[in-house]
Ligand binder design. Structure first.
Ligand code: HEM
Length: 511
């Protein structure tokens, strides 16, 4: 074959490939569901729509929400359509569906390609999630919070170092990750290993490796994924690095469990032990135990550190919030000490957290599910097996029909609303309370099981920071009349605080 012939063949092959891809989009059984976003007029342009969604996800969801509120629309992702639902009736519909109709586990597997990185076992028997549901529920948090609270001052002092009278620039997200990793790990693996910087970094890195591997693997056809996984994924290597730190502790605990049974006087009370209590009976390996622990780290660290980063940016933008917050925190701690009951009194701080979560959020869509069989939604729409669905979290949180002046960041709005409500109504407006109008943690049976722990941890960390630091934005001179915090970064469905962004901190001035 000469060069011209091989070039023609190459063009034919590329043409056939494009034809197959476009045909696939066009015979899609979701064609009865309206499409939102740029290039929505024709299925032939779905790939352009998918690329546009990476940068314009927020605007696309907002547009679809406005047009199809109370029903469903679809958006193009790079590898599939995603059906977005909105309105209380549709959210209730998703919430009520059992796992064999709409599956959260299958969603995580599909989006992160778990099967090829952490293995099928973690999906088939995710008892580490049960551990969080059982042990980190509100009622039992007073057992673990004292140790986390003890860890906060040295951790914050280390990662937010300041001197008297001088402003210090701090990388907000990097510092928040360090603080959340160490304080979480105090509860996850105990007082000694949580001081190990390398281990804490591994527990942060694990999530990064899972997401990286999942993103690359999804580009491969299923048949090649098992072969590609060991080459592209560093998840196993990261687990092995963590195992080097954890193995001696696990071995020591295995011996204690063999000699002393299921309970003994100074038995550790941390996530590692709760996992081991179940793992030993199932004869799981040390590597399995570590993987489960790291999967919980994955759920806990990046979410909570993003919450801290957003709140710190808002405080730097509006330092006038510090006065009322300090008053509330000081009076609560004077009355109840550094305890859970004290945190429960901090309505303004709770409101700031909820408002920041509403206004910024962690993802544009939540309650993501994959249809395990053909279903018909509450609005009569047919959803074929295998479809990815989610609820329009960001537009729901910005809906003036749910909340007055929703486009305005009003940090104490929920504290005011709680004061105007009876105790039941007030409880529904807390940071960790979900509803069809507030779905940052999901809603219903599958809502985030770690949210009460997250609420207490965030209050412990932020109240300490608020009491001990003064804040201002970096480069305040450049933008007048009122300096604004740097904007969030939106990538597809993800919402990130500005990466590498800084604020200025100094020790709180004592009047
Ligand atoms: C501000 C912090 C957090 C946010 C915004 C958040 C958000 C979420 C969301 C949206 C879900 C999915 C819910 C659904 O689809 O219905 C979820 C699930 C989950 N979260 Fe969180 N989360 C946070 C903190 C935590 C923490 C601290 C832990 C652990 C200690 C945790 C553990 C989990 C687990 C294990 C799941 C999976 C539940 C399941 O498989 O049923 N999360 N979280």
């Amino acid at each position: 074959m000469d060069q011209a012939q091989s070039q023609s063949w190459a063009f034919v092959c590329v043409g056939i490939l494009i034809g197959i891809v476009l045909f696939r989009w066009n015979i899609n059984p979701l064609n009865n569901i309206p499409t939102a976003g740029r290039f929505s007029s024709s299925n032939w342009l779905s790939y352009l729509a998918a690329f546009s969604f990476i940068r314009r996800g927020r605007e696309t969801l907002q547009e679809g929400y406005r047009q199809y509120y109370g029903s469903a629309f679809k958006v193009a992702l790079l590898d599939r359509w995603m059906v977005i639902i909105s309105g209380p009736k549709m959210i209730e519909d998703i919430r009520r569906r059992p796992e064999d109709e709409l599956s959260f586990t299958e969603t995580v597997q599909t989006l992160l390609q778990y099967k090829y990185t952490v293995g099928q076992k973690m999906q088939d028997d995710p008892y580490h999630v049960v551990v969080v549901k059982e042990k980190l529920q509100n009622r039992l948090l007073p057992n673990v919070m004292p140790s986390l609270i003890e860890e906060v001052p040295p951790t914050v002092q280390k990662y937010l170092p300041v001197t008297d009278h001088e402003w210090t620039s701090v990388d907000v997200l990097a510092a928040a990750l360090k603080v959340v990793a160490r304080t979480s790990n105090r509860v996850f693996v105990g007082s000694s290993l949580c001081l190990n910087e390398e281990y804490n970094d591994i527990s942060v890195q694990f999530a990064v490796e899972i997401v990286k591997a999942g993103t690359v693997l999804f580009l491969f056809p299923d048949i090649l994924k098992p072969i590609a996984a060991p080459i592209v994924s560093k998840v196993r290597r990261t687990t092995e690095r963590a195992l080097r730190h954890l193995r001696p502790i696990i071995q020591e605990r295995r011996t204690a469990m063999q000699e002393l049974g299921t309970d003994w006087s100074d038995k550790p009370d941390d996530v590692l032990q709760w996992i081991m209590d179940k793992a030993v009976a199932k004869q799981e390996s040390d590597a399995d135990i570590v993987e489960r622990l790291l999967l919980l780290n994955l759920a806990a660290i990046h979410t909570s550190s993003s919450s801290i980063a957003h709140v710190l940016y808002h405080l730097a933008e509006q330092p006038e919030l510090l006065g009322p917050l300090r008053e509330e925190i000081e009076s609560s701690i004077d009355a109840e000490g550094w305890t859970m009951s004290s945190f429960a009194r901090m309505w303004k701080l709770d409101s700031l957290l909820r408002e920041s979560q509403r206004y910024n959020g962690f993802t544009l869509a939540s309650m993501m599910r994959i249809a395990m069989k053909d279903i018909v939604l509450a609005n009569g729409m047919f959803i074929p097996k295998g479809t990815l669905l989610g609820a329009a979290a960001h537009p729901t949180h910005y809906d003036n029909g749910h909340l007055a002046n929703a486009e305005i960041f009003d940090p104490f709005r929920f504290a005011r609303l709680r004061e105007a409500n009876n105790s039941e109504g007030s409880a529904r407006l807390q940071f960790a309370s979900t509803s069809p109008e507030y779905i940052a943690f999901g809603h219903g049976q599958l809502a985030c099981p770690g949210r009460h722990f997250a609420a207490s941890q965030l209050k412990a960390v932020l109240s300490y920071i608020i009491l001990n630091y003064d804040f201002k934005l970096t480069d305040t001179e450049s933008c007048c009349p009122r300096p604004q915090r740097p904007p969030n970064v939106y990538v597809s469905l993800a919402v990130l605080p500005p990466i590498g962004g800084t604020i200025q901190l100094t020790k709180r001035a004592v009047c």
